[in-house]
Ligand binder design. Structure first.
Ligand code: NAP
Length: 271
């Protein structure tokens, strides 16, 4: 029998993960949700997923419990969970910045497996990148079971320690915004230089997808791919010289350090 996956919180992220699970062939009868928000309840009903107003049925029936509420709601949810938790239930938190230690403490130092996940927004279109970590070694079956949930809305990988989550947040959590910034500026300058917005948009987005696809499948690194596009004295070289004059690598480095440091400042106990 398949595991029952219960979501506490059925908003944007939960719905994205659930859509991925259904698309990957998971039966709607394996999934249940609690969310007091009527709009979320209707959206989930439309997906064929039972959505309860209270979390008790989810806590009672789920083998894996995904905490998909906002960080400020975690305390209430954990207070409901603590007295009712079974030791075999696996707790998965996607709440940004909330540490595993503080979740465990709110759950009365329960020995249950607790996994912290940092997904990102492309999960909403099935192209997410999720990083997973735990505070204790997990057996392979548990790891695979949890990873499959997040593979369903993109890709998922394990990082060795919770400390790495701040860097993960800087790289892939905030990462979509960096690419949006690049796309935004390439389009606006393309338009300023005479392209129509529609043509600029199509050229830029397909180029971004093509470059990411090549970087993914190629047997050489992005530095070599870049050099291969850069003929001496050519157009790409002219553009890259401008990026280098502006210390592009240094700007990216500073930006990621700023995001990592901010993630660390925001990383906190259950508020
Ligand atoms: N969105 C992202 O890109 C992203 C990326 C990484 C991590 N995350 C994390 O994912 C979590 C969920 O984010 P989201 O964007 O999906 O938020 P969301 O759309 O606001 O969903 C949260 C849902 O939980 C409901 N809720 C409130 N109290 C509840 C309770 N006691 N029991 C059950 N459900 C309750 C909310 O209802 P009401 O609206 O009525 O309060 C809302 O429908 C957050 O912790 C966030 O940090 C999000």
């Amino acid at each position: 029998m398949n595991h029952q996956i219960g979501f506490i919180g059925g908003g944007n992220m939960a719905q994205a993960i659930i859509a991925g699970l259904l698309n990957s062939g998971r039966s709607s009868s394996d999934i249940l949700v609690s969310d007091p928000n009527p709009a979320c309840q209707s959206a989930l009903s439309a997906m064929g997923i039972p959505c309860f107003e209270q979390s008790d049925p989810v806590i009672a029936q789920a083998d894996l419990i995904v905490l998909a509420v906002k960080p400020q709601t975690m305390k209430t949810v954990l207070a409901q969970l603590a007295p009712n938790l079974k030791v075999t239930q696996i707790i998965i938190s996607i709440a940004a910045g909330i540490t595993i230690g503080s979740i465990r403490k709110q759950l009365d130092d329960t020995p249950n497996a607790i996994v912290r996940v940092m997904p990102n927004t492309p999960a909403l279109i099935g192209q997410g990148m999720s990083a997973l970590t735990s505070d204790a070694p997990l057996d392979d079956t548990t790891k695979n079971t949890v990873q499959k949930i997040f593979n369903a809305c993109g890709q998922a990988l394990w990082v060795g320690s919770e400390e790495a989550m701040d860097v993960v947040t800087a790289v892939s959590g905030s990462g979509p915004a960096y690419f949006f910034l690049m796309i935004e500026n390439l389009i606006s300058t393309g338009v300023r230089l005479g392209l129509t917005p529609e043509i600029a948009r199509e050229l830029v987005i397909q180029t971004a997808k093509g470059a990411a696809g090549m970087a993914e499948v190629s047997d050489v690194g992005p530095d070599i791919l870049r050099k291969r596009v850069t003929s001496p004295g050519g157009t790409t070289e002219a553009a890259l010289a401008v990026f280098n004059d502006g210390d592009f690598a240094d700007i990216v480095d500073h930006a990621l350090v700023a995001a990592r440091d901010r993630a660390s400042e925001l990383s906190r106990d259950v508020p």
